[in-house]
Design a protein. Sequence first.
Length: 325
Amino acid sequence: MKKYLLLIIFLLSLVLVNCSCTNAKDNQKSNANNMDKTLYPFQDESNKWGYMDDEGNVVIKPQYASASNFTDNIAVVTIESRHSYKYGYINKAGEVVVPIVYDWAAPYSDNLFFVKSMKNSRADHGGETWIYMNENGETVLELTDKDYYQVWPVNGGFSIVTKGDGMYCGCIDITGDYVIQPQYGAMGGFRDGFAWFTSVSDSESRYGYINKNNEIVIPEMYELPGQFSQGVTPVKLNGKWGYINENNEIIITFMFEEAKSFSENVAVVKENGLWGVINHMGEYVLLPQYPNLSDSYNGLFMVQKNIYDFHYYVNINGEIIKPKS
């Protein structure tokens, strides 16, 4: 009898091991499949962020204080830690690829992770370190506030920096060498080969654009600038936003209260207090009707009650996509 009992226990253990291995393989297969999906961040009723697919199926359960779009299968997420927030990176399988321990992190760009670490909890400067890491998480460049007042992530191969006095901006490459000496009151990151700049940063500033050779291609004449994308950039003139090309030619007339850069051949604009979507002809493809609207991300726009809270997604046809409960 005892032999039979031991045999039964042995056979049951084999079944359990087999089930465990099968479940592990299924989980690995599911995680691998996630890498091929387009995932969208969403916020649940407890204000936690997770990710869903384009049909609203929850793929990564809500668990983060914030979550960014994926870039090259990498996203920035934050967790709350002792009354502050810590930043790191995950992949589409929900696996942490850079530890969530940093005081700030930028979206993955130019095959680089970019994080900031502070030695103290003060919001102003003191003990700040900016770290560039490659796709394997290895540090390739580290800068401190002993040499720089502020450092921005790499965009278009260059990273904007301000020297210790915080007065003027320039650009360095990933080796830390200057490619544009500090000389501007403020400037934006390079995109499509151009960056906005202003000589003096104050309430009377006017903005123009330079190329990567530090040549002025558009003079300082606009009240506010945007970033170039798909051949045009939004700019503000006489209180209204419109779009120009690199030759400073007006492509879409100045008629909007606010305007964002083009993404996926459409741009989000604001008129009469509400946001809508236009094409390159300046024609509405989604009429202004939303309180807040994100740029197009793989065909969907995030609709928000305000800039912090998720509401739902809409596609270019105005159809609503929500996470399934």
